[in-house]
Ligand binder design. Sequence first.
Ligand code: HEM
Ligand code: HEM
Length: 188
Amino acid sequence: MRVTTRLKNSSEQFGWISIGFHWLVALGALGLFPLGVYMVDLGYYDPGYQWYPDIHRSLGILLAGLLFLRLIWKLINPSPRLLVHSTWEKAAAKGGHLLLYLFLFTVLISGYLLSTADGRGIQVFNWFTLPALPGLAGRNEELAGWVHWYAALTLIIFAGLHALAALKHHFVDRNPTLKRMLGIKTEK
Ligand code: HEM
Ligand code: HEM
């Protein structure tokens, strides 16, 4: 097995920068979901009552920054061509990726609105404070909470289907779709 040495994408192969972005964003989203579910059930006297939501919000804001950089990188350095042939498979792959980005944004924005609804900014790891948007204080905290939960749930279900599609490419179609997202060299 040979590992790619590229940093940038070619028309056939993902480079390490895109691969790094993909797996960091995936790890972040897949980790924040169980953390969110766990923390909302904590009681007021639980030692983690403050701490877990602080971590959840801080990691969420960093994930938003990462996603933003990822999209800039995607504009500068487009993804390799899709390894599917039929028109409907191409449309499904592109549409699926677009939906993943859309759900990610919805979860991140609703999380921000939910957390700043009391008019206070978000303290990110004692590092910096992301301010609340003026004029939005006291607005629709419940709605943002509802959107956050359903968008997060949909994102995780979609990510599961997306992972199944990747495994199908690998084990059934036997094409290098998954290999090239793992940095395994597929071009000569
Ligand atoms: C992909 C990123 C994220 C995922 C997958 C995620 C997931 C979740 C989940 C599953 C819950 C539990 C919801 C419930 O049971 O009602 C939750 C709660 C929460 N999330 Fe996120 N979250 C993400 C990003 C963020 C961000 C960026 C923020 C804020 C900056 C945030 C702030 C919150 C807050 C404040 C709660 C508690 C809501 C409550 O008390 O009802 N989340 N999150
Ligand atoms: C929350 C988790 C995940 C998110 C949000 C996500 C998102 C994405 C997005 C947006 C793309 C398109 C990349 C581009 O811009 O060209 C992509 C590609 C890809 N993802 Fe994921 N992904 C996640 C998890 C996974 C998992 C768990 C696997 C594997 C089991 C996986 C395997 C792949 C592969 C193989 C590609 C390349 C597809 C191609 O070459 O056409 N992803 N992912």
